[in-house]
Ligand binder design. Sequence first.
Ligand SMILES: CCCCCCCC/C=C\CCCCCCCC(=O)NCC(=O)O
Ligand SMILES: [Zn+2]
Ligand SMILES: [Zn+2]
Length: 446
Amino acid sequence: MSTGKGRERHIPSQFNQGERFAMKEALKVFPTIFKTRFIQHEVIGEYSHLFTVQGSDPSLQPYMLMAHSDVVPAPDEGWEVPPFSGLEHDGFIHGRGTLDNKNSLMAILQALELLLIRNYIPRRSFFIALGHDEEVSGQNGAQKISALLQARGVKLAFIVDEGNFILDGFIPYLKKPFAMIAVSEKGGINLRLQVNMTPGHSSAPPKETSIGILAAAISRLEQTPLPNMFGSGPLKTTLQELANEFPFPANIVLRNLWLFGPLVSRLMERNYITNALVRTTMALTMFNAGVKMNVIPPMAQAIINLRIHPAQTVQEVLELIKNIVADDRVQFHVLTAFDPLPVSPSDHQALGYQLLRQTIQSIFPEVNTIAPGICIGNTDSRHYTNLTTSIYRFNPVYLHPQDFRSIHGINEKISVQAYETQVKFIFEFIQNADTYQEPIPHLHEL
Ligand SMILES: CCCCCCCC/C=C\CCCCCCCC(=O)NCC(=O)O
Ligand SMILES: [Zn+2]
Ligand SMILES: [Zn+2]
């Protein structure tokens, strides 16, 4: 794999104390980016940002780095420090978005700023797409950027977006961290369930109210996990790549999933995080009902959020859900839905995947295993399948189970050192992407 050695000089990712301080404190704009002539900045959909960084060799196919600026809400309750304070405490920067996904947005811009200060001129053009509505579908940010680039005839060699991490402590008996580069992501459905009934005086109630009917339906859904789909999708490849990291006999088990697959799938469904890798998951996330304490409720509404396993489709999952509910009084309304994403290439000819591998090995030499996998969450990158077949969801940040719980949870934080390393990774990655190697066209498996 060429490391862009053809370039005159590789700029070492060493930053002096002043730069490191500025990096941590850089909540202001990035002046050098905005005054560089070969960088174009556009605001899309009012709040998203698209940077076009024109490389010196227009024959090289451009790539894209992605992040998003928006975050999910964060009530103060339970937080060690106020969730929007950005407080630095005990070596960590605390706050909503420090892992999902302001860290990536700032790290991308910071890395580019530090490269430009060192008079770096990219050989391979690239885009930086910073969405403002990823957490609420991306339809006004990423989707508009994708449509704009398509209208301009842009095709991308690959995309790197948020999604997976360097995972540490997620699997029993696996003491070492490993990097999982998500080459696909689960599908999704936001489904509203609703029960309507004639309101009345609560002193003479019917046998069941709308709330009771809906609650019973939701309870049936929570008590009936959807089928375990272990064995289909990228998971088997992930586990086989990991086999060498396990002691005997686990390493034998993982090398013989044809025989031990049922055992491994049972073990994986015991943990709520690995369970999300083997099946379509259902989470009841919103429930609204009732108007007054002494009125029979005219309506009850619930929203369930489903993440679809790669081996299933929206239609199949909707059918399964309706069969489990099995009550004609419950109405279904699909709010948003999309199928699982195609699997991006991860073979030795997959330029984006190999550049990630190369940079991970350089920045994280202690990480022995780098494996393709699936992202259990969803990302803005699903809006760009028209521009490339090579989409990789990976943030160069260590993630532990307690960190995962903080994403959309409480006490989200990133260490200053992890953030600096993320900047360093992107600083190196951009230079590594200056290789003359070009991607080999990839046809998704049907
Ligand atoms: C055998 C390997 C075990 C690995 C276990 C996987 C651990 C999960 C790690 C990361 C997933 C975090 C998802 C973050 C990206 C999703 C961003 C987001 O919130 N998008 C919106 C949404 O999904 O609703
Ligand atoms: Zn999120
Ligand atoms: Zn995110």
